[in-house]
Design a protein around this ligand. Structure first.
Ligand SMILES: *Cc1c(COP(=O)(O)O)cnc(C)c1O
Length: 373
């Protein structure tokens, strides 16, 4: 049967949604976010002074010097670029995020930079200084009593307000350029180039979204390095059990006390197969370690830095016991000044039943003998 001539035209539908006003806004927003990156300097790779005769160098990638004071500045920049380039942000439409605080501080900064409203959904236990910083950058805070509810509340708010739920816990791993583009891994390896052990034996990360450990692991594999990737996990976190059993459905019934890390669920951005080793670190050990670091570095660090450094020191003591030399890298995630009422307050520690004294003693012994038993 012959096809009627008009039938050949049926599928030639054309819907043109090109919006020159939106596209001009988008170009300008992307330029502003990129320009922030272009104005920024690289972060320092500090050394932790240890007895030179050990033959082991420990480095701290100092992520506290970003304009918004934590490693979340990198993540927020990546998330904004990812959302913008995917066409998910619109002029005037709010950005909403579920956060333990640091990401929201950095996202509030980028939201203000491109001129969109920002709302952070956070646990009520988040330190006041982070709430103040979010508000300083023009953001608003929506506090919830149950920390496991932040995701749902953020998604609902976005729906109600016609905004975009940024969802760092899902998108952190894919918004970051893992092959390079001066990501945290590429920066660390470039800064190690002239060191006596330029390929670290281990890099120790901690996990909140899991994005940083994913980027480090992927980069190490992609560039064919032998470096092991270790994740140090605090109490009340689902990551350790999720990794040990490779079961993504593991849940923890309590929230983490170490701000920025340790989640009640195995976040989608945490990639367990890419991680070589995990270590559970008691919260009291994390707190003891930041007090020791204050003496060694002359500055205060957030508690998650203590979690990572404790694990790094454990690895150093194992290397010493085996007579190995080499280097270990971990991260200074954010400054301790944000937590003066928490990890640096004896009253808060007592109230939480956290006693750093036995771990402080073990750290003393480590610095003298190299043994962290
Ligand atoms: C987010 C965060 C981490 C962990 O980084 P992720 O890439 O999200 O896993 C560690 N410390 C602090 C203070 C953080 O805010």
């Amino acid at each position: 049967m012959a096809i009627a001539p008009e039938q050949t035209r049926i599928d030639e539908t054309d819907i043109d949604r090109y919006d020159p006003v939106y596209r001009a806004w988008l170009r300008e927003a992307v330029r502003k976010v990129q320009a922030d990156g272009n104005r920024s300097a690289d972060t320092h790779l500090l050394t932790i002074p240890l007895p030179p005769e050990w033959g082991i160098d420990v480095y701290l990638k100092d992520e506290s010097t970003h304009p918004t004071g934590s490693l979340k500045h990198r993540l927020a920049r990546s998330l904004f670029l990812y959302a913008l380039c995917n066409g998910r942000l619109r002029p005037g439409a709010p950005v909403i995020e579920a956060s333990s605080g640091s990401t929201a501080v950095s996202e509030a900064y980028f939201a203000k930079l491109i001129g969109v409203p920002f709302i952070a959904v956070m646990a009520r236990t988040t330190v006041q200084s982070k709430v103040d910083l979010i508000e300083f950058h023009g953001g608003r805070c929506h506090l919830v009593d149950d920390p496991s509810e932040v995701y749902e509340v953020a998604a609902r708010l976005a729906e109600e307000l016609g905004g975009h739920y940024m969802d760092q816990f899902t998108y952190a791993e894919r918004a970051t350029d893992w092959r390079g583009n001066n990501n945290i891994a590429e920066s660390i390896f470039r800064q190690l180039e002239q060191e006596r052990f330029p390929e670290p034996t281990w890099i120790v990360a901690t996990a909140g979204t899991g994005g940083t450990s994913a980027t480090l692991a992927r980069y190490v594999h992609y560039t064919q390095r032998a470096t092991g990737i270790c994740v140090a996990d605090p109490e009340n976190s689902a990551f350790f059990e999720g990794w040990r059993t490779m079961d993504r459905n593991i849940r923890s019934d309590k929230g983490s006390r170490i701000e920025g890390i340790g989640r009640q669920r195995v976040e989608p951005s945490f990639l367990p197969q890419a991680i070589d080793r995990m270590m559970r670190v008691p919260d009291a050990a994390s707190v003891a370690t930041i007090r020791t670091l204050q003496r060694l570095l002359g500055r205060r660090c957030g508690a998650s830095t203590g979690t990572g450094v404790w694990a790094a020191f454990r690895i150093v003591s194992e290397m010493l016991a085996r007579g190995e030399q080499g280097s270990v890298v971990t991260l200074l995630c954010d400054p301790g000044e944000r937590y003066l009422d928490k990890y640096y307050s004896d009253a808060w520690l007592a109230e939480q039943g956290i006693d750093p004294t036995p771990y402080a003693r073990r750290l003393e012994q480590f610095l003298e003998t190299g043994e962290l038993a």
